[in-house]
Design a protein around this ligand. Structure first.
Ligand SMILES: NC(=O)c1ccc[n+]([C@@H]2O[C@H](COP(=O)([O-])OP(=O)(O)OC[C@H]3O[C@@H](n4cnc5c(N)ncnc54)[C@H](OP(=O)(O)O)[C@@H]3O)[C@@H](O)[C@H]2O)c1
Length: 265
């Protein structure tokens, strides 16, 4: 088989869905995984009406056996994995009034961090065989603590540490590890939080179309990630605000704390 194989968790929406198109355009065979069968079927039928074949596997990355099943299904159909993208994720906004919500912390760590760990556990032997790319869709919040996102930041710092460690561990085995420090991107991620949790005190415009419009598009973010895979980069950090935040945090951390407190809401 000539085509390379990519697996994208959370490939049914936002950045994952846009990544799907990038890899299809580059002649990859694509497998996507997420929880909603209905949305997976919709993506499959949209793509098949354009003449593209795609494998969809209903998966909850919080469930170890689902992650195993995802990898098994891909290997059964295609026999190999060249790129595995840990993209499935959720966010949360903790207002000062709400305080720290332990249940939410567990849910977010389970999805963003343990989802990555579990999927990687099953994909890794195949990536080592193909000398392929292990990708994490992380966040600026995984490099710098952002206000009112302690659960989200913790999950992305954890994911960052996990993938950074694997990169060094398998340095001489041909494994490529790409960590993508994504900045604000217009997707459903914040709208979902707002719709699900109506009592929280959200900052003005949170998850609303008008604010999302000022953000990078999912297609642009996906293009940066795709190019990072192609060039076997260590990391990509698509937004200029994200770049600035991380560099200011390294050079002038106290100033960055003040700016982050003011502007990251
Ligand atoms: N948008 C941003 O501003 C931004 C910034 C930095 C980083 N990121 C990261 O980018 C990644 C993609 O987010 P997005 O913005 O594209 O959000 P999105 O449009 O809400 O897409 C999230 C995807 O993840 C899937 N998902 C959520 N929980 C899952 C679970 N337990 N198991 C399997 N799939 C699950 C969703 O499908 P189901 O709900 O059907 O499962 C959906 O396909 C996330 O890791 C996020 O943290 C986003």
């Amino acid at each position: 088989m000539d085509n390379k194989i990519v697996v994208i968790t959370g490939g049914s929406s936002g950045i994952g869905r846009a990544l799907c198109d990038c890899f299809i355009d580059a002649d990859y065979k694509v497998a996507i995984a997420s929880r909603s069968e209905k949305i997976l079927e919709k993506v499959k039928s949209d793509l098949s009406s354009e003449g593209h074949e795609i494998l969809t596997v209903k998966t909850d990355v919080r469930v170890d056996n689902d992650c195993k099943n995802l990898v098994d299904k891909v290997i059964e159909k295609y026999g190999r994995i060249d790129v595995f993208i840990n993209n499935a994720g959720i966010t949360w906004y903790e207002s000062n009034e709400d305080g720290i919500n332990i249940e939410k912390h567990r849910e977010i760590l389970d999805t963003n961090h343990f989802g990555t760990v579990q999927c990687t556990k099953y994909a890794l032997p195949h990536l080592l065989k193909s000398k392929g790319s292990l990708v994490g869709v992380c966040s600026i919040a995984g490099e710098v603590g952002l206000p009112n996102r302690s659960a989200y930041s913790a999950s992305k710092f954890a994911m960052n540490g996990f993938l950074s460690s694997l990169r060094v561990q398998y340095l001489n085995k041909g494994l490529h590890v790409l960590i993508t420090y994504v900045g604000y991107t217009s997707t459903n991620i914040r709208k979902i939080v707002k719709d699900d949790y109506k009592s929280s005190q959200f900052p003005p415009g949170y998850g609303e179309t008008v604010k999302e419009k000022g953000m990078m598009s999912a297609e642009e973010t996906a293009r940066y990630i795709f190019n990072g895979v192609k060039r076997r980069k260590r990391y990509v950090r698509p937004t200029s605000v994200g770049q600035l935040t991380v560099w200011l945090n390294k050079l002038f951390p106290k100033l960055n704390d003040k700016l982050a407190a003011k502007y990251y809401n």
